[in-house]
Design a binder for this molecule. Structure first.
Ligand SMILES: [Zn+2]
Ligand SMILES: [Zn+2]
Length: 336
């Protein structure tokens, strides 16, 4: 069985891995498709502080049951929630296991799924209903990140939501905000990404480098500003802008992963404007919700799939995704 293992920053090697032995409580999954995520690219470039090496990357995983400790018949199509949580800490006990204090994530803290087979705790599996392909299954994890951001934003029908960034996570947030009944403005400097955002249902798309994002949002909302802003760019200066462009009494949700600090006049923003500034991490057991939306056809993320590579070409796929942010939205690896 081959796998794509990161041995040093920038060095992803195709290696021969020993067969997987599922432990008690683990199901064995034969992988079919694995998505390449921004996190994998950060890891590849040595910018993921949580990562230890060597590591088999990959956490956006769909495949079929191949045995192990599960009642699901062999061949059942499944997706894998890559979060391994403790179930005992306070966040786990209050239903927010996405903030588990002992969190381990496949492909980051433990070996992931850029390989033929993987053993995972059986409760991490979610069955894909008929009509949802394994390819779309590989998008459930990134969609769940968008679902979590929308949940954190408290987005409700009729809200105007500004989503900053139209990479895969920004587009996932857009789709999920639309599913919640919101009207969405997408903001991204890359034209191909703005086009994709409009195709996926954005009501308007703004180029924040060429236009005044805040002025455009005010214009589009009759002077009110966005009820919710979701920052999905990974940039502190963009998060700072979000706090200006959200309406008073609004919510800013950030998915930012950066060592940079945010400096903020607290009275102006958190007191006078009474803003909620909230982070969003991974997903709060939202796979069932996302799978239901896919199965009912409420969301169709298929335009997000831009390239497909065989697993053996994972190094080339990673390089392409890094070097062509406009052309590469979701790059998939075909495992089997
Ligand atoms: Zn991901
Ligand atoms: Zn926990």
């Amino acid at each position: 069985m081959i796998g794509a293992r990161l041995t040093a920053p920038g060095r992803l090697e195709i290696v021969d891995l020993p067969p997987v032995e599922p432990a008690p409580g683990d199901a064995l999954v034969r992988l079919h498709t694995a998505g390449i995520c921004g996190t994998d690219l950060h890891s590849f470039h040595g910018r993921n502080p949580l990562l230890s090496l060597p590591r088999v990357l990959g956490h956006e995983l769909a495949g079929t049951v191949a045995g192990g400790d599960t009642d699901l018949p062999p061949g059942t199509p499944v997706v894998i929630d890559p979060r391994l949580t403790c179930g005992a800490c306070r966040p786990c006990r209050i239903g927010r296991s996405n903030c588990c204090e002992a969190m381990r994530v496949l492909g980051v803290h433990v070996d992931g799924g850029f390989r033929g087979e993987i053993a995972v705790p059986t409760e991490r599996l979610h069955v894909l209903p008929a009509g949802v392909s394994l390819e779309l299954g590989a998008l459930v994890e990134p969609l769940s990140i968008g679902a979590n951001a929308v949940l954190r934003g408290g987005v409700t029908a009729g809200d105007t939501v500004l989503v900053q960034g139209a990479g895969a996570i920004g587009l996932a947030a857009l789709l999920l905000a639309r599913a919640a009944g919101a009207w969405v403005v997408s903001s991204d400097p890359i034209p191909a990404r703005r086009e994709l955002a409009l195709r996926l249902g954005a009501g308007a798309a703004v180029d924040p480098h060429a236009e005044d994002e805040g002025a455009r949002v005010l214009e589009l909302t009759g002077g009110e500003g966005a009820a919710v802003v979701i920052e999905a760019t990974g940039r502190v200066d963009v998060l700072r802008r979000a706090l200006d462009h959200v309406a008073a009494a609004g919510v800013v949700v950030t998915l930012l992963i950066s060592p940079e600090a945010l400096s903020l006049p607290v009275t102006e923003y958190l007191v006078k404007k009474e803003l909620d500034l909230r982070g969003s991490r991974l997903n709060r057991d939202l796979f069932p919700r996302v799978i239901e939306l896919l199965a009912n056809g409420v969301i169709d993320p298929s335009p997000m799939i831009t390239q497909r590579y065989p697993l053996a070409d994972a190094p080339a796929a990673m390089a392409f995704a890094s070097e062509h942010p406009g052309e590469a939205c979701k790059v998939l690896l075909r495992v089997s």
